[in-house]
Design a protein around this ligand. Structure first.
Ligand SMILES: *Cc1c(COP(=O)(O)O)cnc(C)c1O
Length: 374
C-alpha cells in the first residue's frame, strides 16, 4: 500500500511559474520580486503592517526575542504543550524558559497559570521579558484573556502561529495579536516554501530591525560595516516563489483540512470515550492536524499508541501529540507551572493523517482500521 503521510507538502499550479521567473530574471538570491510579493501577500492576509520572510519559523522566533531585547538570565514564559522549536531560541540567548501548562478547552496556555507565574516572577524581583503563546494544531488560544493579562503587566506577547496560518479569533487572524507574530513554512505545515518562516508586526521599528538583523546587520556603506551582531536568516527568492504560489491555494488547503476533520469526527461519532478538539464560539481553526483523544477510563492506558502501531502496520503515519516541554530532558532544569492537562493529553492523544492531499476515501480506510482496532 502507498504510504500515507501525517502532513506532506501539497504544491499547486503556480509555484513552478514563480520559481522559473526567479531563474529567468537571475534573482535566485535572497532578494527579488517573489520575496516582496510574498511579504505583501502575508501582510494583507494576516492584517498586519509588516512581514519579513525568513529561513525558518525558528529563526523568526530567535529574531523576535532579540528585537524585544531579551538577554542572558531573562525569564521568558512559554507554553509547555508545543514543539521544542517554540522554546529553543530562548536558550540561544541564554535566557531562561519557564513553561506554562494548557487549559482543557483549546489545549493552549492557561491564562490563570500564566498570571500566577507572572505574579510570582515579579514578587521575586524578575519581571518576565516576553510571553510565547502557541495556537496548537491551528486552534486559537484564549486571546482575549491573554492579551488582557499581558497588557496589565506590560509584557510583550510573541505569538507562535507556526501551525495556525489561516486560523482566526473573533475577526482577527492568528499572528496579528502579539507585539510580534511568527509563521512557519516548513514542509509539514499548512503551506510550505520547502523550508521557511516569517515574522509579523505592526511596529515599523521592529520590522526594520528584524530585516537588518536577518541580513548580517550590514549597514548601508560601500564597504562592509557592522555595528551589531548579525544573522543570515533571509528567505531566498526561489523559496519565496513557492510561497507565493502556495498563498494562492491557502484557502483551498484550509477547506480540505477542515473537511478531513469533519470526516474523522462524523466517522467516529457516537463511540464512547473518543474526543476531538472543539472549536470554541468565535474562533476558526485551520485544522492543521486532526487530533483524537482516547479516554483512558474507557479504553485503558495507551490506546493512542495501539492505534498508532496498527496504522503503521498499514503504512499510515500518525504521531503522538507534542510531548510537553516540561517533560523534555533538554529542559529538565527549567521551572514550570503544571496543572496536568498537557500530561494527560500526551498520554491519550494522537495526531491523525491530515494532509490536504489525502483523498477523502483514504480517510474512510483509516476510519475502518481505527474502528476495527477499537
Ligand atoms: C514548526 C513549528 C515551529 C518551527 O518552525 P520551523 O520553520 O520548522 O523552524 C515553531 N513552533 C511551532 C509550534 C511549530 O509547529
Amino acid at each position: 500500500m502507498e504510504k500515507v503521510w501525517l502532513s506532506s507538502p501539497h504544491i499547486g499550479d503556480k509555484e513552478k511559474e514563480y520559481v522559473n521567473e526567479a531563474f529567468h530574471t537571475n534573482w535566485v538570491a535572497p532578494l527579488g520580486s517573489n520575496v516582496n510579493e510574498f511579504e505583501n501577500q502575508l501582510t494583507e492576509y494576516i492584517g498586519v503592517e509588516g512581514a519579513v520572510s525568513l529561513s525558518s519559523g525558528t529563526a523568526a522566533l530567535h529574531l523576535a526575542l532579540i528585537a524585544l531585547g531579551v538577554k542572558e538570565d531573562d525569564i521568558v514564559l512559554c507554553q509547555s504543550f508545543t514543539f521544542a522549536a517554540s522554546a529553543f531560541p530562548i536558550c540561544y540567548l541564554k535566557a531562561n524558559p519557564v513553561f506554562i501548562d494548557s487549559e482543557e478547552n483549546t489545549w493552549n496556555i492557561d491564562p490563570e497559570l500564566l498570571e500566577k507565574s507572572i505574579k510570582e516572577s515579579i514578587s521575586k524581583g524578575k519581571k518576565p521579558s516576553a510571553i510565547i503563546i502557541v495556537h496548537l494544531y491551528g486552534m486559537p488560544a484564549k486571546m482575549t484573556e491573554l492579551v488582557k493579562i499581558a497588557a496589565q503587566y506590560d509584557i510583550p506577547i510573541i505569538e507562535d502561529a507556526a501551525e495556525a496560518l489561516g486560523s482566526s479569533y473573533g475577526n482577527k487572524k492568528c499572528g496579528s495579536f502579539g507585539k510580534i507574530g511568527i509563521l512557519s513554512f516548513n514542509g509539514n505545515k499548512i503551506i510550505t516554501t520547502s523550508g521557511g518562516g516569517a515574522l509579523l508586526s505592526d511596529d515599523e521599528n521592529i520590522i526594520k530591525k528584524v530585516r537588518h538583523l536577518s541580513a548580517q546587520s550590514k549597514e548601508t556603506a560601500t564597504y562592509y560595516l557592522h555595528k551589531e551582531v548579525g544573522y543570515n536568516y533571509r528567505m531566498s527568492n526561489i523559496c519565496a516563489g513557492i510561497g507565493r504560489g502556495q498563498m494562492e491555494v491557502l484557502e483551498k488547503r484550509i477547506e480540505k483540512r477542515r473537511r478531513n476533520f469533519e470526516i474523522y469526527q462524523s466517522g467516529l461519532e457516537g463511540i464512547k470515550g473518543i474526543r476531538f478538539m472543539n472549536e470554541p464560539l468565535n474562533t476558526f481553526s485551520n485544522r492543521w492536524l486532526t487530533t483524537i483523544v482516547f479516554d483512558e477510563k474507557v479504553f485503558g492506558p495507551a490506546m493512542n499508541e495501539q492505534i498508532r502501531v496498527e496504522l503503521e502496520r498499514h503504512n499510515i503515519e500518525s504521531r503522538p501529540v507534542w510531548k510537553p516541554l516540561h517533560q523534555q530532558p533538554v529542559f529538565s532544569n527549567c521551572k514550570s507551572y503544571i496543572n496536568g492537562v498537557s500530561d494527560k493529553l500526551f498520554n491519550s492523544g494522537l495526531c491523525l493523517p491530515s494532509g490536504s492531499n489525502i483523498d477523502d476515501s483514504k480517510i474512510g480506510d483509516i476510519l475502518t482500521i481505527v474502528k476495527k482496532s477499537l
